[in-house]
Design a protein around this ligand. Structure first.
Ligand SMILES: [Zn+2]
Ligand SMILES: [Zn+2]
Ligand SMILES: [Zn+2]
Length: 291
């Protein structure tokens, strides 16, 4: 593997990744283009650390969750405008063809930077989840397939998301003797446990099945019933609250979906997602004041 970090990925003298500073500013610029009633705001910023065989981290990536819109009344979609702003700033944009339940999704890429663009159903809540490349200050390594926040499921327990054999770090012929993984069914240099995917197999992680079996998408699309909370006047404020809450397993990382709908004499803003740590489905619901 070779170092593929882009020019923005170096660490500044302060120890803060230059790529993180650049990405944060870029996302706020792009999210400002459609001039929504609310936002953009940095809902949460955090880092994913990555490890090889030893528990001590060898590198990290910075992530940002930016929110905008999400008023307490149905708002026109800003999705197309935001995608146009990404394209105008030189990002490669790919819209997800499988929009459903009134939600919209897209991915934007620029060098090794990536952003998930999401718009919820009914509320006009639009979120950008952006991340920098993984920076390994001491080592020359390529990019792992996934880190904790970016995996569509649980990370492989053997390779921690790298997708490569960690005995040789993906270079099976670089030592005096070839690594055992050169004879691996998955292919030389790849992790045998996950066949190079970086994710646990669905047998080991049953919660991944709904993503792979179409007949389960209906249940994944539904927001499970949960006690209704009050105290927020907009979906964006509710998201800022939810993003600070942790799963019972202690993990806060979760890719949140949202739906706003009128039920009886109140507006209900529902959040749902799958915990990136243990895979359970998480959900919250907030009653918002009627406009
Ligand atoms: Zn693996
Ligand atoms: Zn190997
Ligand atoms: Zn959890």
């Amino acid at each position: 593997m070779t170092d593929t970090n882009g020019e923005h990925a170096g660490r500044g003298a302060s120890g803060v990744s230059g790529g993180a500073v650049w990405l944060r500013g870029e996302l706020l610029d792009i999210a400002s283009a459609p001039r929504p009633d609310r936002g953009p705001v940095v809902v949460r910023e955090w880092t994913d650390s990555v490890r090889l065989r030893d528990p001590a981290p060898v590198g990290f990536r910075s992530l940002f969750l930016i929110g905008m819109g999400g008023d307490a009344h149905p708002s026109p979609s800003k999705f197309g405008e935001v995608l146009a702003a990404f394209a105008g700033a030189g990002w490669e944009v790919r819209r997800d063809a499988s929009d459903q339940d009134g939600e919209s999704r897209a991915t934007a890429r620029h060098e090794d930077f990536e952003v998930r663009v999401y718009e919820g159903s009914g509320s006009g809540l639009l979120t950008l989840t952006g991340w920098t490349p993984v920076v390994c200050p001491e080592l020359r390594l390529g990019q792992p397939s996934f880190t904790l926040s970016t995996a569509p499921g649980a990370l492989c327990g053997d390779c921690h998301g790298w997708g490569v054999c960690l005995d040789c770090e993906g270079r099976p012929y670089s030592r005096y003797e070839r690594c055992w993984c050169a004879a691996n069914n998955a292919g030389p240099g790849l992790c045998a446990e996950c066949a190079g995917r970086g994710l646990r197999s669905s047998e080991a992680a049953p919660w991944m099945r709904p993503r792979q079996e179409p007949h389960d998408t209906d249940t994944e699309g539904a927001f499970p019933p949960v006690p209704v909370e009050t105290g927020h006047d907009s979906t964006l404020r509710a998201l800022t609250d939810v993003a600070q809450r942790a799963c019972t397993c202690g993990e806060f990382r979760c890719s949140w979906r949202n739906s706003l709908s009128r039920e009886g004499d109140r507006l209900l803003s529902r959040f749902g997602g799958t915990c990136q740590g243990c895979g359970v489905r998480r959900a919250y619901a907030f009653a918002l004041p009627l406009p």
